[in-house]
Design a protein around this ligand. Structure first.
Ligand code: PGA
Length: 249
């Protein structure tokens, strides 16, 4: 009932030429589950990726946006600019943004507002560190990230929102959450959405798992009831691997 989403977060990888050939390869990858396919290139390759994807099912996401439309914010890129380059989606709150660049809940809330103002679909990332998991704080941390990051918006305004659960300890480490661990958190996120907004919103919101998703583990993760898709880093850079992930069983 919820259309699956397979999204690739390229992070700081791929030149314009590499982005072009990767998107070209993905247009020929097939899509047996009729998933929504999204790739998130660097800003420098957004326009060329969008151009190459034209006429295909592939959608383009920015990896982040600034909270203002324009102004004196050296190096930042606004929602207006990423839309102009062809993005329909934007990731917000990736753990690398939170931990390396200092994006706080308050900043992320402003970014969500900016993206929604311009009709960009938000892929909002949440996830706990290993220390938080070991201290049994996983669900509290995630609820806090959702409450603060999405503060001030109604279900109606958030319609179409995509949530990505990415345990920080699983990102780029090769350590994947077990399907059971993913399911437990996804179900808790859905329960939180039902409690905070309403049941319809909880049922329609897609919740992606991210953190060392591979061609070899995607099937078992996608088999879980509340896992509606995957946000893939490393393996989204390799056409054959990402094609296999798109065509999960
Ligand atoms: P990974 O990254 O698949 O390389 O672990 C996932 C992400 O950070 O979105």
């Amino acid at each position: 009932m919820r259309t699956p989403i397979i999204a690739g977060n390229w992070k700081m990888h791929n030149t314009i030429a590499e982005a072009t050939s990767l998107v070209e390869a993905l247009t020929k990858a097939g899509n047996k589950n009729q998933a929504e396919i999204i790739v998130a290139p660097s800003y420098t390759a957004l326009a060329v990726a969008a151009h190459t994807a034209k006429g295909s099912e592939i959608k383009i996401a920015a990896q982040d946006v600034h909270w203002e439309d324009k102004g004196a914010f050296t190096s930042a890129v606004s929602p207006v600019q990423v839309k102009d380059a062809g993005a329909t989606h934007t990731i917000i709150g990736h753990s690398e943004r939170r931990s390396i660049f200092g994006d706080t809940d308050e900043i992320l809330n402003k970014k969500v507002a900016a993206a929604l103002r311009h009709g960009l679909t938000v892929i909002f990332c949440v996830g706990e560190t290993l220390a938080e998991r070991e201290a049994n704080k996983t669900l509290a941390v995630i609820e806090g990230q959702l409450a603060n990051g999405l503060k001030g918006f109604t279900a109606e305004q958030l319609k179409g929102l995509i949530i990505a659960y990415e345990p920080v300890w699983a990102i780029g480490t090769g350590k994947t959450a077990t399907p059971e661990q993913a399911q437990e958190v996804h179900a808790a996120i859905r329960a939180y959405l039902a409690k905070t907004y309403d049941d319809a919103f909880a049922q329609e919101t897609r919740i992606l798992y991210g953190g060392s998703v591979k061609d070899t583990n995607v099937d078992e993760i996608m088999a879980k009831e509340d896992v509606d898709g995957a946000l893939v880093g490393g393996q989204s850079l390799i056409a054959e691997k990402f094609a296999r992930i798109i065509n999960f069983n």
